[in-house]
Design a protein around this ligand. Structure first.
Ligand SMILES: Cc1cc2nc3c(=O)[nH]c(=O)nc-3n(C[C@H](O)[C@H](O)[C@H](O)COP(=O)(O)OP(=O)(O)OC[C@H]3O[C@@H](n4cnc5c(N)ncnc54)[C@H](O)[C@@H]3O)c2cc1C
Length: 359
């Protein structure tokens, strides 16, 4: 049986980016994902401008620009009573865009495969054991072996669960997401709307479709869905994708011959739309560390260097995420922010600028 240098569970942005960078470094890389791509994923579909440098290094920026997408020019915050404030987003080639995850994730996974990663779709990891290397069991009965294991399998990580590292979710919220017909004159804006029961995020993803996200609690989510049906004149049988929990405590990223990346390591509040950036970038950082370990560099100093770079990726950004979390958990508070920003627009300009500044 082939012994892979690295096995990556999950072929979302974190797993595909890690696999592509590992393959570029000449490592024997394996990706296992339970889904058949292209597949949709509950997400606002917005790409923070910080993603572009990683996509350039993956040589995917031009191909991404060729996919159907929207260039997002502004974000409108709407309070519970319907008053809004609009903040312009940076323009230019490396601006914030929205693109359907089915297209984006498929592009990334294909790139990993093209660079030499061994990709198995419709392969669900169900068991792990460890001796000199990792033994990976799948639902279909196939076995794989690898020196280093990566959990890139999202917020409910099976790898973290099987390693007894997955934090228990607190009483959490739930998200619904759908692609619906784009309302006329919606334009290229993102709408972040506070509602008594939670919030809604909206952005066009191409010339005909709107990404609509609703975030509430289990008791309020059906009220939010009814609000959306009225607001956007949706049929009663509108299909919705769903996900929970929205956030949870982080899992330490680096362990002996085991890394967690993307949502498997840290799930941030989705309101600020940065999760895909953290997924791509943590995938690259883990790949750099693994290449050094496989090459025989001193493991402890590689892990220390990885730990510093990983912390640096979040430095100066998490406080805004925490602030957003406070605002969306109490929509009245979020609405107060919107009212304050109507008087002092520089408040929202500053906060939005911090989120979309290119690193
Ligand atoms: C409502 C909402 C809106 C959001 N909006 C945005 C946004 O606009 N912009 C943004 O940047 N981020 C947004 N996010 C966050 C973003 O979706 C995530 O941060 C991002 O998808 C993380 O990527 P990942 O690769 O870590 O995990 P995922 O994209 O979740 O990929 C994990 C992969 O692992 C696979 N998998 C899981 N378990 C197994 C298993 N046992 N065996 C094999 N495979 C497995 C899954 O099939 C999946 O393909 C949003 C999140 C939510 C909930």
């Amino acid at each position: 049986m082939q012994l892979f240098d690295v096995a990556i569970v999950g072929g979302g942005p974190a797993g595909s980016s890690c696999a592509a960078f590992c393959a570029m470094a000449g490592l024997q890389s394996l990706v296992l994902d339970r889904e058949k791509f292209p597949r949709e994923k509950v997400c606002g579909d917005c790409l923070n401008p910080s993603c572009w440098p990683v996509l350039e290094r993956l040589k995917l920026a031009e191909q991404l620009r060729d996919l159907p997408h929207s260039k997002l020019s502004s974000v409108e915050f709407i309070s519970i009573n319907g008053r809004g404030v609009t903040v312009d987003l940076p323009s230019g080639a490396d601006c914030e865009i929205s693109v359907k995850r089915s297209l984006f994730d498929d592009l990334l996974l294909r790139r990993a495969r093209e660079l030499g990663a061994n990709v198995h779709e419709q392969t669900t990891v169900t068991g792990l054991s460890r001796n000199d290397h990792w033994n990976i069991e799948t639902a279909s009965g196939d076995f794989f072996q690898a020196r280093i294991l990566i959990g890139a399998d999202g917020r409910n990580s099976t790898v973290a669960h099987l390693c007894n590292l997955l934090p228990r979710p607190a009483r959490e919220r739930v998200a619904l997401q759908a692609h619906i017909p784009l309302p006329r004159d919606f334009g290229n804006r993102i709408v972040l709307q506070f509602l008594p029961e939670g919030y809604s995020g909206q952005a066009s993803v191409n010339e005909t479709q709107l990404n609509l996200c609703l975030v509430g609690t289990p008791p309020t989510i059906s009220k939010l869905r009814r609000w959306a049906e009225r607001q956007f004149q949706l049929p009663a049988d509108q299909g919705w994708r769903t996900i929970t929990p929205l956030t949870r405590s982080p899992v330490p990223s680096a362990h002996e011959n085991l890394f967690f990346i993307g949502d498997a390591a840290r799930v941030v509040e989705p309101f600020t739309g940065e999760g895909i950036y953290y997924a791509l970038q943590s995938g690259e950082l883990a790949a750099n560390a693994i290449a050094k370990i496989v090459r025989g560099d001193d493991r402890n100093s590689v892990l220390r260097e990885f730990g510093r770079a990983y912390a640096q990726m979040y430095r100066g950004r998490l406080w805004i995420n925490r602030l957003s979390r406070a605002a969306v958990l109490r929509p009245q508070l979020g609405s107060l922010f919107v009212h304050a920003a109507r008087i002092r627009p520089e408040i929202m300009k500053f906060l939005t600028g911090k989120i979309v500044e290119k690193l």
